[in-house]
Design a protein around this ligand. Sequence first.
Ligand SMILES: [Zn+2]
Length: 172
Amino acid sequence: MAVLPALKYPHPTLRAKCTAVLETNEEIRRIINDMTETMYASPSCVGIAAPQVGYPLRMFVMDVSRKIGQKKNHGLLALINPVLVYSEGEKITREGCLSIPDFLGNVKRARRVIVKGLNPEGWEVEILSTGLEAIAMQHELDHLDGVLFIHRVSSLGTDLVRRKNPLDNILP
Ligand SMILES: [Zn+2]
């Protein structure tokens, strides 16, 4: 396992539309382990998508229990070829990102989502997420299509703020 350097915006890999993982093999599981270690090594980071560490592949890891304890979340999740199959409600939250360390942004997201995908063993899973986990899921899914939170703020003038405290609100 290794801690990988996180790419910073505007690195082109962060804008790539990532490709599907064709086989959940040892190599994929090694990358997922490195992403997990990298996430836990970054203070208050609750998730990382593969393109953020240089792999334009459709997979991410997340663990919002770091921020909100055990309530209403699944703890550590690793999802491969994830697809959003359901979303409802709306909520505006202030988001940050490891790849955009100097800014936070107000982003409108769904309150509840259902995401289908494969786990690292290749089994199909379906995850119902609410609250912070639902927001992190949508933030991660965006990364797989080269979309970052700055592309989701309704006004760069009013919805983007410079981060004061490095530990402020880091989301994936
Ligand atoms: Zn991010």
